[in-house]
Design a protein around this ligand. Structure first.
Ligand code: SF4
Ligand code: SF4
Length: 370
């Protein structure tokens, strides 16, 4: 199996303000190209693209290609479990939305301390094990967003899982919050095959500071900047799949070019990435991946990830660019809550897989732009 998976959470849009407005024509072309080059793995989830991603999978993939020509992964949304019967109802809905009668890979979504407690309360592991026994799920796992200690606890208490999906990228390798290296070590200790999500950290490692781009280009002028991040993840021991949320044909073609016949990074190239990570961390203000998990529950409708994107750009911008960024902020603030509207309710903080101190960061955004 080739190691690149098609993540269906950052698909091309017709209207960039509307996550449901997926450009189906382009997605169909991308899916066809991906399959024609021998790649097979597709990853979706219940709430991606405003709950539309699974429908997109049905239209662009399932209806247009034989079921045995691809592998499909989806996820049980632990965050939406409220009452008895929710798991059964949601799983049935997912099969219908995707137009399939089984998932090749099925994950309990977004486990960390809070959602793990909830998954235990609802018996989610037993539920997915039973789906596996019935043939409705081929491999069971979970996606994970917390410390290595919590991961160790889950894998100790649930040795039945077939694989684990973790955040792993060269920037977070030594981070205190994401803990890529430590989580990777826990997976190795438990002998679990690994799927990597966010290898490019939600696009952060595609748009790195100029001096870091220069460093990478000096090593391999023909390698794209994001390709370094995906190569890094795919080179790690026990990683059998790296997901990339591809947003256009150009990104897809770049990924296919080096993942078709993948060669792991050398020690020298890994050392260069260590330097690159140090340099990026010197420049980055808020390590938001734009996953949008925080957005839906905000009572003030604050566009948290877009504000952080503008803020990060502002931290590196020349005086001349600041005017442009302030205009962009004002435009967003017409349709959404302003950063200063935050009432510190903490909903977003609990939802954020990157453990960002969102309330404090929004205060800085307000100081910069308001
Ligand atoms: S803490 Fe602020 S930004 Fe976060 S959900 Fe509450 S109001 Fe929204
Ligand atoms: S602040 Fe956190 S939850 Fe919100 S988009 Fe960024 S990384 Fe995702």
């Amino acid at each position: 199996m080739k190691k690149l998976g098609f993540g269906m959470m950052r698909l091309p849009l017709l209207d960039r303000e509307d996550p449901k407005s997926v450009d189906m024509e382009q997605v169909c072309q991308m899916v066809d190209t991906f399959l024609s080059r021998g790649f097979t793995y597709f990853d979706t989830a219940y709430m991606y693209h405003g709950f539309q991603s699974e429908n997109v999978v049905r239209e662009a993939l399932v209806k247009r290609h034989p079921r045995d020509s691809f592998l499909l992964a989806s996820k049980l949304p632990s965050m939406f479990l409220k009452e008895e019967g929710d798991q059964e109802r949601i799983f049935a809905e997912q099969l219908e939305k995707c137009g399939v009668d089984y998932f090749d890979y099925y994950l309990i979504h977004n486990l960390g301390t809070e959602n793990y407690a909830k998954a235990e309360r609802f018996g989610s592991f037993a539920f997915v094990s039973e789906l596996k026994r019935q043939g409705k799920v081929r491999k069971m796992g979970f996606s994970f967003h917390d410390s290595a200690e919590v991961l160790d606890q889950i894998l100790t208490e649930h040795p039945e899982v077939d694989f684990v999906q973790i955040q792993l990228n060269y920037l977070d390798w030594e981070s205190d919050t994401v803990q890529s290296r430590l989580c990777h070590e826990v997976c190795l200790k438990h002998g679990k095959p690994i799927i990597v999500m966010e290898p490019v950290k939600g696009g952060t490692l595609a748009k790195i500071p100029g001096r870091v781009t220069d460093l990478l280009s000096s090593q391999h002028p023909d390698w794209s900047v994001p390709s370094w991040a995906i190569r890094f993840a795919a080179s790690c021991e026990n990683v059998f799949m790296v997901l990339s949320g591809m947003s256009n044909m150009e990104q897809l073609m770049d990924n296919l070019s080096y993942m078709s016949d993948f060669a792991p990074l050398t020690d020298r190239e890994n050392a260069v990435l260590k330097d690159a990570a140090r340099m990026i961390l010197e420049d980055i203000a808020v390590a938001c991946t734009s996953c949008r998990y925080c957005v839906d529950g905000c009572p003030k409708k604050i566009e948290i990830p877009q504000y952080f994107t503008l803020y990060n750009r502002a931290k590196q911008a020349e005086e001349a660019e600041m005017g442009e960024l302030k205009v962009a902020y004002s435009e967003l603030a017409k349709s959404y809550g302003k950063a200063s509207d935050c009432i510190a309710c903490g909903q977003c903080v609990r939802a954020c897989p990157q453990h960002i101190r969102i309330v404090a960061a929004l205060r800085e955004v307000a100081k910069t732009f308001e």
